[in-house]
Design a binder for this molecule. Structure first.
Ligand SMILES: Nc1ncnc2c1ncn2[C@@H]1O[C@H](COP(=O)(O)OP(=O)(O)OP(=O)(O)O)[C@@H](O)[C@H]1O
Ligand SMILES: [Mg+2]
Length: 363
């Protein structure tokens, strides 16, 4: 069943458009991630679904019911905010009980629900303490617990792991995934962190300047980005882009990038069909470039080493191909030094060709 559906959500703040026809749907039990840089419109989307902002246009459905005119407190949604917003002078127990009291849940039941959830999250030993005496991770669990006890039909989580350090984020990521498996409710989760998005999402929406650029499962987002923005947002280091002109003879087609050519003969037809001009962009991820000390194929290019970034499990090489900077990933055992001439080959099964003007991915 569809838990949340938004259609053509548009929100303006004075003359600035924060959301532009945002449309998506989230099924029950689905972990749906909104991935976007600061200012992309993530919080505004969540606040609008929660009813804390009124959209200028568009519809919001929760469990098939149009809720545009339903009060936030009646939407059966729990939102976990970036800053957690726990009441500092109350105990963890009272923080968790608060909304249930407002909804006049009987005392016995409040007590039972809190102890149940506290046990699941491993925070039963914290119930008598105040937020100031908790660690960042404990506060995080309390905020999640406070949302859980309400048994909402949808969870909205706005960068909930934002304030945590790297190791704790990693642990909480695992815990949230486990929780998701147990819960069965829909979770809409916002983050600017692509790794977090990729590792947790069933589906993710890449949002930029209030516009959704693509919605897909993580694998498709990585392998088949629809446009340059999505291609550059996912992957670390980001995809390399090289500008060039498409040229075709009777027998061969290639992308002419000033001082070197990429052979695109086998993609001639889709490129001609999908492009608006001969100005194309070649896209290749650093992990899809082979680097060798010798020329291994007729298509190998010469490149010079500008810099090495050893990361332990792999090394990122910054290479110069005729003044174009290209990053490639090599094993940590790869031996090289500054200025050395190497040979690179693109994995032609993993490369992309984009229309330079529309920035759409053709291949
Ligand atoms: N109350 C407001 N008044 C005016 N402009 C606002 C308001 N709230 C958000 N905006 C603007 O709307 C746009 C989207 O903001 P939003 O907070 O949704 O982004 P975000 O993706 O959550 O960013 P972040 O990652 O920094 O939290 C921004 O340009 C922001 O300045
Ligand atoms: Mg935000």
């Amino acid at each position: 069943m569809v838990a949340v559906r938004v259609e053509n959500l548009t929100k303006r703040f004075r003359d600035e458009t924060a959301l532009d026809k945002v449309t998506f749907k989230v099924e029950d039990g689905e972990f749906f991630v909104l991935l976007g840089r600061p200012g992309a419109g993530k919080t505004t989307t969540l606040r609008t679904i929660a009813g804390l902002e009124k959209p200028d246009e568009g519809e919001i459905y929760i469990k098939d019911q149009l809720v545009n005119d339903v009060l936030p407190s009646e939407r059966n949604i729990a939102m976990i905010f970036q800053n957690l917003a726990l009441y500092p002078s109350w105990t963890v127990y009272d923080n968790m009980a608060f909304t249930m009291k407002i909804h006049k849940v009987p005392k016995e039941e409040i007590n039972q629900r809190i102890h149940e959830v506290a046990k699941t999250l491993g925070i039963d030993y914290l119930l008598d303490r105040t937020p100031a005496t908790l660690s960042g991770g404990e506060r995080q669990r309390v905020a999640i617990g406070r949302a859980l006890v309400r048994r909402p039909s949808v969870f909205l989580m706005d960068e909930p792991l934002g304030p945590l350090d790297a190791l704790l984020r990693l642990n909480m990521r695992t815990e949230l995934k486990r929780l998701k498996a147990e819960l069965g409710q829909a979770i809409i989760y916002s983050t600017p962190d692509q790794l977090e998005a990729m590792s947790m999402a069933d589906h993710l929406a890449v949002i930029h300047k209030g516009v959704i650029k693509q919605i897909d499962d993580p694998e498709t987002i990585y392998n088949k980005p629809k446009n340059r923005y999505v291609a550059s947002m996912i992957g670390s280091p980001a995809m390399n882009f090289l500008e060039g002109t498409f040229e075709a003879t009777d027998t061969e087609s290639y992308l002419n990038c000033s001082t070197f050519k990429v052979n695109l003969t086998k993609f001639k037809e889709p490129i001609e069909r999908g492009s608006t001009s001969s100005e194309l962009t070649f896209g290749i991820r650093p992990e899809h470039i082979k680097v060798n000390h010798e020329k291994i194929s007729p298509d190998s290019f010469e490149a010079n080493v500008i810099m090495e970034e050893p990361l332990g499990s792999e090394t990122i090489l910054h290479l110069n191909i005729n003044k174009e900077l290209v990053k490639a990933i090599v094993p940590p055992t790869f031996q090289t030094k500054y200025g050395e001439k190497l040979w690179i080959d693109f994995d032609m099964n993993r490369m992309h060709v984009l229309d330079a003007k529309t920035e759409k991915v053709i291949i």
